[in-house]
Write a protein that binds this ligand. Structure first.
Ligand code: SAM
Length: 190
């Protein structure tokens, strides 16, 4: 069972001051605008996070790891880096959790700008497929927490507000839906 590790009941209950004490000195979430943006799923020993921490010093990031001992190791690794390099590695942390169950407890819709799945356990045998971190069912969940590229594109807002038809729908209190297509490059058939 997962009852031996705590899970926030919702993203707003996640204690940023515990994970990023220099950035959030008190547990009142005064600066709710600053949220975790990168998640390393199954972060293992944390090497990627450590590199990303200095590459994106303004971005809050977290590793999610199922194994207790490995998570503890990453915690210690981050703490000693913080001590050895004052002011650095304050934006990186780790939680012990089952990412296949609890992603929506940690992140709101469209909160994340990047999710990393580096060398997830492949589980080749069919009876172990349910343990795969990447599966069609979970892709929906990952899409939910990821920020869409569309939000950064200034044209997208115009799609529902600039055309006359769009304005008519808005006037009538209707809804519009966007469909996004991405070309899949066919593999070389030679
Ligand atoms: N990403 C790291 C790397 O590239 O070095 C670790 C890769 S390791 C092969 C896969 C990691 O995913 C393991 O540490 C494992 O404990 C973790 N893992 C597997 N299933 C998980 C789950 N459901 N939630 C969180 N972590 C998981």
């Amino acid at each position: 069972s997962d009852s031996h590790f705590p899970v926030p009941i919702s993203p707003s209950q996640f204690d940023y001051s515990l994970h990023y004490p220099q950035i959030f000195p008190s547990s009142d979430q005064a600066d709710g605008s600053r949220k975790i943006q990168f998640a390393d799923i199954g972060c293992g020993f944390g090497g990627l996070l450590i590199s990303l921490s200095t590459l994106f010093p303004e971005t809050l990031m977290i590793g999610m790891e199922l194994r207790d001992k490995v998570t503890e190791y990453v915690k210690e690794r981050i703490l000693s880096l913080r001590v050895a390099n004052p002011g650095q590695y304050q934006n990186v942390s780790v939680v012990r959790t089952n990412s296949m169950k609890y992603i929506p407890n940690y992140f709101e819709k469209a909160q994340l700008t990047k999710m990393f799945f580096l060398f997830p356990d492949p589980h080749f045998k069919e009876k172990n497929h349910r343990r795969r971190v990447i599966s069609p069912f979970l892709l929906d969940e990952y899409a939910y927490v990821l920020k869409a590229e569309l939000e950064a594109d200034p044209v997208v807002k115009l799609l529902s507000s600039a055309t006359e038809e769009g304005q008519k729908v808005a006037r009538n209190g209707g809804q519009t839906f966007q469909a996004v297509f991405r070309r899949i490059v066919p593999s070389d058939k030679t």
